[in-house]
Design a protein around this ligand. Structure first.
Ligand code: S3P
Length: 468
């Protein structure tokens, strides 16, 4: 078998947020180096874990509804477990049954309790920013901490609107974690026009609005993933979604009363993307990925890979948990370089690392622009991927807002030989470069695969299975 099997860090930890990465960043001793080698075809059927964005929201919203909600298909990755642990600290009762169903008894909106300890968000920006929104309109204090990656990420983008609503903050210099939030006991509704295209900022304001009397409005000049709006409506909140001057406007009525729900979480398109690209690149592949969420605000990667010539067929299109879903059949394809339309960026913001790998093997040049937000993800994904791809023999030019990649026409990449790709605690860099290893002559060594467990704990096992 060409793919090494999973190491011990891949086991999800059901109970508490994971402190591994903090220890790692200080000592560097537990890094899980792994080499990914040239692979035979990917074949058969696989199922990727539940959608990360929907999983976070299902635990949060269920934790606000009085009564029992049941969640199936929840992603049991470290990021989502950090959200579960935080919701428990805030008073929600959350248990996992042996069959994988999660049962949540919510504390009730407005009845969350002050956490006794700091909320440890691990590597998760989504947990942090959404939870800051939630707590901004609850009249107590909370401290947020996280790993080295999260502690470098910008929080001013949520601090600013939440301060306007009445919350106050003591953040580390530069507006980062660790930070202390003091929620407003009587928050005021605002109208906020998003200065960055961010579903996390949109969601933080809407969640603060849930427990704020009156109507809180978010104006979204560029549409971002809409799971918060869809799911809050499903949990019984009153929302109005309209358009003003060509911009999307979401209005939420507070103080809301959420009712418990049964949530079915569809498979994560962001996780599926690594296998879609792997199957497109490795000759002879014919792979089915079941149950992939294809919400239009998330499915940009499928559109772009098709524009590049990728054969991706949708089978059995249906609805799961109120989201469009299909099984995807992917066959090895000759890919061609394209100019990626910047307008599609928000619907595939997390998929650029693996798209860059696809572009490195395409015929011709791929231009990407409008990717400034990639610089403030778990790592600076523009520079990290430029360095990583260059180190394996790809031809890449870095710009302030994107990469230009001159594809090799479908040859093998050289690989890293003795060097290791630096992933900077970024799960998606590790997985993207694992895919690069499958189409390399000398293999690709990745310095640390442990962060993959934040979003895709079964990645190694699925890769081993699909290529055996
Ligand atoms: C997410 C939104 C995106 C995405 C992140 C998940 C969410 O971040 O990168 O992985 O669940 O709302 P931004 O909204 O900051 O772009």
């Amino acid at each position: 078998m060409p793919i090494p099997s999973a190491d011990s860090s891949m086991n999800p930890n059901w109970g508490a947020p994971c402190h591994r990465v903090n220890a790692l960043s200080k000592t560097g001793v537990e890094m899980a180096k792994q080499t990914f080698s040239r692979s035979p075809a990917l074949r058969g059927q696989i199922r990727v874990p539940g959608d990360k964005s929907i999983s976070h929201r299902s635990l949060m919203f269920a934790g606000l509804a009085v009564g029992e909600s049941r969640i199936t298909g929840l992603l049991e990755g470290e990021d989502v477990l950090a959200t579960a642990a935080a919701m428990r600290q805030l008073g929600a009762d959350i248990v996992r049954d042996d069959d994988g169903t999660w049962r949540v008894h919510g504390a009730g909106l407005g009845s969350l309790v002050e956490p006794k300890q700091a909320l440890d968000m691990g590597n998760s920006g989504t947990s942090t920013r959404l939870m800051m929104g939630l707590l901004a309109s609850h009249g107590f204090s909370a401290t947020f901490i996280g790993d080295a990656s999260l502690s470098g990420r910008p929080m001013k983008r949520v601090i600013e609107p939440l301060s306007q609503m009445g919350a106050s903050f003591e953040a580390s210099s530069g507006g980062t974690l660790p930070l202390m939030l003091r929620g407003a006991s009587s928050a005021v509704p605002i109208t906020y026009r998003l200065p960055v295209a961010s579903a996390q900022v949109k969601s933080a304001v809407l969640l603060a609005g849930l427990n704020t009397p009156g109507i809180t409005r978010v104006i979204e000049p560029i549409v971002t993933r809409d799971h918060t709006e869809r799911m809050l409506a499903g949990f019984g909140a009153t929302l109005e979604i309209g358009e003003e001057n060509g911009e999307r406007v979401i209005a939420i009525h507070g103080e809301a009363n959420l009712t418990p729900q049964d949530v079915v979480v569809p498979g994560d398109p962001s996780s599926a993307a690594f296998f879609i690209v792997a199957a497109l690149l490795v000759p002879g592949s014919d792979l089915v990925i079941e149950n992939v969420g294809l919400n239009a605000t998330r499915a940009g990667i499928v559109t772009v890979l098709r524009q590049m010539g990728g054969q991706i067929e949708e089978l059995n299109r249906r609805e799961v948990g109120g989201e469009p879903v299909a099984d995807l059949r992917i066959k090895h394809s000759v890919l061609f370089g394209i100019d990626v339309d910047p307008a599609i960026v928000p619907s595939m913001v997390d998929e650029f690392p693996v798209l860059f790998v696809a572009a490195a093997l395409a015929k011709g040049t791929t231009h990407t622009r409008g990717l400034e937000e990639l610089r403030v993800k778990e790592s600076d994904r523009i520079t990290t991927m430029a360095n990583a791809l260059t180190s394996v023999g790809a031809n890449v030019e870095e710009h302030e807002d994107g990469l230009t990649i001159h594809g090799n026409g479908g040859d093998l990449l050289r690989g890293t030989a003795n060097a290791r790709v630096k992933t900077h605690l970024d799960h998606r860099i590790a997985m993207a470069m694992a895919v690069a290893g499958l189409v390399s002559r000398d293999g690709v060594s990745v310095d640390d695969t442990a962060p993959i467990a934040t979003s895709f704990p079964t990645f190694m096992d699925l890769l081993a299975g699909a290529t055996s």
